[in-house]
Structures are given as C-alpha cells and as structure tokens.
Ligand binder design. Sequence first.
Ligand code: AMP
Ligand code: GLY
Length: 422
Amino acid sequence: MKILVIGSGGREHALVWKISQSPKVDKIYCAPGSAAIGDLAEQVAIAPEQIEQLADFAQQENIDLTVVGPELPLTLGITDVFESRGLKIFGPNKAAAQLEGSKAFAKAILDENHIPTAASKTFTDATLAKRYLAQLTAPYVIKADGLAGGKGVVICLDINDTREVVDKILVDKIFGEAGDKLVVEEFLEGEEASFMVLTDGIHILSLASSQDHKRVFDNDQGPNTGGMGAYSPAPVITPAMQQRVLEEIVTPLLSGLKQKRILYRGVIYVGLMITKEGPKVLEFNARFGDPECQPIVMRLKSDLVPLLEATVEGRLNRIQPEWHDDPAVCVVLTAQGYPGSYDKGTEIHGLERLKNWQNGYVFHAGTAWGNSRWLTCGGRVLAVTARASDLETAVKEVYRAVGEISWDGMHYRKDIARRALK
Ligand code: AMP
Ligand code: GLY
C-alpha cells in the first residue's frame, strides 16, 4: 500500500512511525512532513490546508489511504474533496468535523442529546454576553466558537476581567472569524482525561485512555498549551468509567449526528472532566490528540493500518486491536516562551545519543535539520516517549532520556504522570 499522512508535528511523526512498521505498507508520503519524519517517509511540499493540491497528489501517486493529522484540513472539507474523487481518506467530513470546528455546534448537539456537559449559552452580541456573565458566579469560562489553536478558552476569576475577554473575542476579533460566536460555560471541577474512539459512523472501537497536561508549568500552573505531556492508560478511566463514557456520551453523540444525517468516520477525541456526578464533556476533537497520540500508538501492539482501513470502510465491528499492558509516557520539550512567542533556530544537543534507544522514541514536533544539526523550529519541539512494564519505570526512563537532550532555553514539565503515580 501507499499511504499519505498529512501534517508535520509530533502526532504525525508518531503516526508515520507506527505506519512504517506495517507489513502492508510499501511507501509512505507525508505532506508537508518534517526532516525527522523524512527518515521514515517521503516529504511532499504541500501544506495541510491546500486540500485540492493534496487530492491531485493522491490521485497522481495512486495513494491507497490518506490519514489526516490536524484539524484544519478536516474543517476545510478535505474528506469531502477526497471522497468526491473516489480517494480513501481517514478523518471526518466537513459537517462531522464541526464537532471540533464549532463549540456552539458541539454544545448544541450535546444539549439536544442530553449528554452530560457544562451548562452553557452561546452569544454573538457582546452586551448580551456581558449581561449574562454578570448573573453568574466565578470562575467564568469563556470560549471562542471556532478553531483558535488551543488558545480560545479563557477562565476568569474576576467578573471585571470577563468584559475585556468578551470584547477581545466578539468586538476586536483577536481570533478572527473563530470569534464570531462565543460560548459562556459553567466551570467544572474534577480530573481531566482524554478518551478517543474510532468510529465508522455505526460501530465504535475504544482506544486506550490517556491524560494530557495542558498547563505550561508543573502542578498545572501557567497558561494553557497544546499539551505538555501525556501518559496512557489514565487510571481515572476505570473499566466502569469507560462504560459510562460510551453509554452516556459516545453512543448518544453518534445517534445525534445520525439524526442530523451526518456520518462521522474517524477518531472522536472526547475531552472529559471526571466530576463527582460522573464524566462530562469539555470538548470534542475530530482527530488524534497531540501529544496523547504518541503514548497511545506506542502501546498499540496491532498494526495501525487495518484499523484505519476498517474505520474508512465501515467494518470496525470486525476488528479488535491488541494493546501492550505496559504504560507509556510522553514528555514534551518546548522552546522558551511557549505558548507565547519563542525563538527558532537554536541548536539541539544530544539526540544522537538516543538513536538506538530501546525503550522509547523521540518524536519531533517542531525541529529542522540545518548545517548537519538539529535546530528548534516550533513551540513544542520534541515529544520524548517511553514504554515500560510499570508507570514508575516508564517515567524514570522517559526523564532519563530527556536528560540526554539540551538546548538554550529548553523547557519541560517535571511532573508528567505524577497524578497517576500517587
Ligand atoms: P477546551 O479547549 O475546551 O478543552 O479547554 C481547554 C482547557 O480549559 C480544558 O482542558 C480545561 O482545562 C479548561 N476548561 C475548559 N472548559 C472548562 C470548564 N467548563 N470548566 C473547567 N475547566 C474548563
Ligand atoms: N492535547 C490536546 C489536543 O490535542 O487537543
């Protein structure tokens, strides 16, 4: 088979790494990929949002299956374009991807189907939004409707700060069109977890559970990021909790989509808050989580490609993947300043010492190769991932590997998976 993976980050490196181990696969392309991904796949210089060009390429090269990493091409309708040309593609179509692309859409479908989530109201008018907020008590949760690169959620403790946030989103349009609508949401307390399923629109196949670490500093301090590290499985998702998530969230969600005549094929990422009353939805993503994907693919014993094919072809009921019991942990190394502005082009030291690492792999999230050196080239730079017989050993092993790597301004959290070790 010939496979095209779309994207260039740590998640796509992990997908390419796993796909490259499949005996079914002869050739992998990655658009645009990265220098590190280039060791496993041929890089194609087409950006993820150039969906017509990507379809042209897939047609010319007779690609058997395209796998979409990031959300943007999905919300732009890459799946619709590929399918209209008879090309196989893994990822939901434009209508289905609204689950991630519009928080107002997601909240509406949650409410219509009585799926547990934070109570919310959607606004287009700043005055009405402020008037509503004034009736609530702190903390206040305000979300831009559309895609905002993980920065569209603001939690305020002071009512006076909320007015500025509303104006920035609805009036100043700091997130552009993504801020045409705004969602005000009840604040939920509990432990967060990520739960991903594959679905072909009818059948549901649960993937391993995981937990992300969104804040930039240890002990969940500082601003939200795309994710500073993850581990799988997440002990908070017990088998009983998984059953509840499937029954109370995923199943009614799929029937709600069906009622809207939306066929969802791909991954559904459910961002959960495990509250005292049970699991509640924080958000949906229409793609694999990054960095959750990294430990999850490392725990997948089975070939990933048949799972992706079964999703696209509507026969997920006939496939059952095998997992390693061993937990996996991923620590993200970031550039100084992230999630704010950061420098690029700093030399990274020590990667050569991990080339033949037996117990893990260094996925590249934002690096470049120049003058025979690895250089930083993004906010999230590396996603160092290890698997071991128990979580404590995996944590030790991953931090041992992190200790081999250095650059000026390198930052990472030192408490990844600590919650699960308690
Ligand atoms: P989201 O992009 O919606 O997942 O929001 C990003 C982060 O903001 C989440 O991972 C939570 O940590 C936090 N968050 C979002 N919504 C809520 C809520 N209703 N209550 C408490 N925290 C929230
Ligand atoms: N790690 C959270 C996300 O992928 O959205």
